[in-house]
Design a protein around this ligand. Structure first.
Ligand code: SF4
Length: 185
């Protein structure tokens, strides 16, 4: 199995979720949000194919990373390899964040036709959902570009069967940095 990526894995990011993270930049997105920050990732023919087995090997050898972040592009256009990679990262004890232009509710609907979308949710810690809306751009937001986008606590959302957001209270970053993990409940 292969996955089309815009770039090799990027380690040591501190802006794509809590802690120190490795970002997987997927290639391909047809949402066409005006003023998207990564237009070079839109073309589904761009980027390069990478072996999922090799990506998993790289993930296994990561040092000093709190988790992986799936970004792009939109990772959900490549659901099979994304599920495989997420499941593997989770099995190693890494937490998994995913950015997508789709809404959580869209993913549930897509899961009615392809259960892989629902399987993905089992491996996600945080889903950052929604299109980038330039009119709602706010540089003060935590880990997202526009205020319509949501930081969704996926395990809690699945448990309560309704969208549960990560609280953006003062000190949430400090809490994570001290403990290296956060319990959102
Ligand atoms: S979903 Fe993300 S990558 Fe796709 S156009 Fe919107 S901002 Fe850009």
């Amino acid at each position: 199995m292969t996955i089309r990526l815009a770039a090799p894995l990027q380690m040591d990011s501190v802006v794509d979720g809590f802690g120190v993270r490795t970002v997987i930049w997927t290639q391909g997105c047809s949402h066409n949000c005006p003023f998207c920050q990564n237009p070079q990732t839109h073309n589904f023919e761009g980027g390069c194919d990478f072996s999922v087995d090799e990506i998993k090997e790289e993930i296994k050898n990561l040092k000093n990373q709190d988790g992986i972040t799936l970004s792009g592009g939109d990772p959900l256009y490549q659901i099979e390899p994304i599920v495989e990679i997420s499941k593997y990262a989770k099995s190693l004890g890494l937490n998994v964040w995913c950015y997508t232009g789709f809404l959580y509710e869209d993913i549930l609907k897509m899961g009615e036709k392809n259960p892989k979308y629902l399987e993905l949710l089992q491996y996600l810690d945080v889903l950052v959902d929604g299109l980038f809306v330039n009119e709602l751009k706010d540089l003060n937001l935590l880990f997202r570009g526009s205020s319509n986008q949501r930081l969704i606590d996926v395990p809690k959302t699945l448990r309560f069967k309704k969208v549960m957001l990560i609280p953006e209270s003062d000190g949430i970053m400090e809490k994570f940095t001290e403990k290296k993990e956060v319990t959102f409940i």
